[in-house]
Design a binder for this molecule. Structure first.
Ligand code: B1M
Length: 211
């Protein structure tokens, strides 16, 4: 791995939230492509953190500080991940579903969607179905984007779709879903309009859903 990218990777693994943004800036200044910085060092570090957690070498506190370092680094990368299209492509209400606190992937997806000229109403993490419903009602959004990282919270996507149906909103919004444990088959089963495995494909999907 490029030594600059290795430094970013290491700083996230060690949860050094003051160091990661500095190292990301160094990589940008060295002319390394933002997509490479994101995927080869930052996302790679989170994947490694997950592996070490599964093996019992990392515990929740280590995951948490790694996540904080990742978020700090993403802040530096954000302007570069955004393109400057002018016309709004549509309004998206986004959130991680109820019971689920994982928001890094959702934040990344929101960032890329924003960069592709969608207006984003980010409800954060642990979002109850009624909050999605209220946000669609109050903003007139045309897409709902839900993220889930836990197998135990995936069913809350279905509950949210049912809540949109019960509120008579399902026909006015398209629903897109994503998150590591999801599959396109699961998305179809719960009645979502589309699934994307990563942030760039989420942009392509949102454009398709927005027609
Ligand atoms: Co948690 N955690 N965690 N965790 N955590 C995972 C998800 C896990 C896979 C780790 C493991 O065991 N290998 C595992 C889930 C197992 C499962 O259910 N299958 C797990 C667990 C078990 C837990 C707890 C239950 C641990 C505990 O307490 N015993 C607990 C649950 C808390 C809760 O939510 N109620 C917990 C807690 C946490 C922290 C709070 C410490 C922290 C999150 C901090 C935060 O997000 N602010 C955390 C972290 C950091 C992780 C890992 C290590 C990293 C997640 C991440 O940020 N990845 C994760 C292991 C892993 O994923 N390998 C793990 C980087 C991010 C860029 O990728 O989020 O996948 P991701 O997003 C991608 C795609 O999925 C996609 O695009 C993104 C960019 O490409 N995508 C979408 C995501 N949303 C999308 C939406 C779309 C489209 C695409 O359209 C709408």
């Amino acid at each position: 791995m490029d030594p600059v990218l290795q430094h970013i990777f290491d700083s996230i693994m060690e949860g050094q939230q003051n160091v990661t943004p500095v190292k990301v800036q160094e990589a940008i200044d060295a002319g390394i492509d933002p997509g490479r910085i994101l995927n080869e060092s930052m996302v790679a570090a989170m994947t490694e953190v997950g592996r070490l957690f599964e093996e019992g070498e990392y515990y929740v506190p280590e995951m948490l500080i790694a996540a904080r370092a990742m978020q700090a680094g993403l802040g530096v990368l954000k302007p570069l991940l955004m393109q400057s299209d002018i016309k709004s492509m549509g309004k998206i209400v986004a959130g991680t579903v109820k019971g689920d606190l994982h928001d890094i992937g959702k934040n990344l997806v929101c960032m890329m969607l924003e960069g592709a000229a969608f207006e984003i109403v980010d409800l954060g993490a642990d979002v109850a179905p009624e909050k999605f419903v209220e946000a669609v009602q109050s903003t007139g959004a045309n897409i709902v984007a839900m993220s889930a990282l836990l197998t135990t919270t995936m069913p809350n996507m279905k509950t949210t779709i049912e809540a949109l149906e019960a509120a008579g909103l399902r026909k006015q919004v398209k629903v897109m879903v994503g998150g590591a444990p999801l599959t396109s088959q699961y998305a179809t089963e719960i009645g979502a309009d589309g699934y994307a495995p990563d942030a760039s494909r989420a942009v392509a999907l949102a454009k398709q859903l927005a027609g």
